[in-house]
Design a binder for this molecule. Sequence first.
Ligand SMILES: Nc1ncnc2c1ncn2[C@@H]1O[C@H](COP(=O)(O)OP(=O)(O)OP(=O)(O)O)[C@@H](O)[C@H]1O
Length: 243
Amino acid sequence: MNAPPATPAVAPAVALQQLSYTWPRATAPCLLIEDFVLAAGERVFLHGPSGSGKTTLLSLIGGVLDPQAGSVSVHGQVLGPLRGGRRDRFRADHIGFVFQLFNLIPYLSARDNILLPCRFSAARRARVAGAGTTPAAEVARLAARLDLDGALLERPAAELSVGQQQRVAAARALIGRPPLVIADEPTSALDADRQRGFLDLLLAECSAAAAALLFVSHDARLAERFDRRVALAEINRAGGVQR
Ligand SMILES: Nc1ncnc2c1ncn2[C@@H]1O[C@H](COP(=O)(O)OP(=O)(O)OP(=O)(O)O)[C@@H](O)[C@H]1O
């Protein structure tokens, strides 16, 4: 009998192994994680008390920080050996971030902020083209879904309200459909209606792109919309909140 055809293995969106991270000058590690996997396309709600290391973990997954030991892989690529420009390109191609403090470029218009990942990433441009559309049309579509009107798109990011900046940051993360979206408290500056609309869009865009979503929030009411809820303390042996 012939052997069944091999199914191609899909690399997890994120795999952490034997990870250890200690901040400079800290006396104890912030994170000790033996094993954590975020499957491709999986949507996880990550929570934990303030100061427990959630943002630190997202920075390690984004390759902004390097662990002292262990490894971080994103879609099968171990980040450690990627350095400088290669790491920046990998991040731009594969990861959409919505940061707690947005990190928009203040003097660029909202539109140019949203377009930035397409400038940096040929993979994002290719995915936009592959969907039969253009970056400009994607900006218009995402802005409409996020209730950002045309005049607002032309204003410098520095002149936008905090809630508007948060929505611009979301559109920037999602444009060009990265296979991993990382969101750090992305709804904290939004009112209840906009929170719902924002989460609807984030989940719909991730489903359409089969993207994995790692979503950090203190708002436990949002957890039910995710495939899995993870308390950082469940996976982090370093455990304590550092004050
Ligand atoms: N740049 C830094 N330098 C040194 N220590 C840091 C730095 N950033 C964070 N820490 C420390 O790491 C620990 C975890 O911080 P982190 O921001 O990851 O927590 P968090 O769970 O995201 O908190 P919050 O919910 O308040 O955003 C804290 O003790 C914090 O003081």
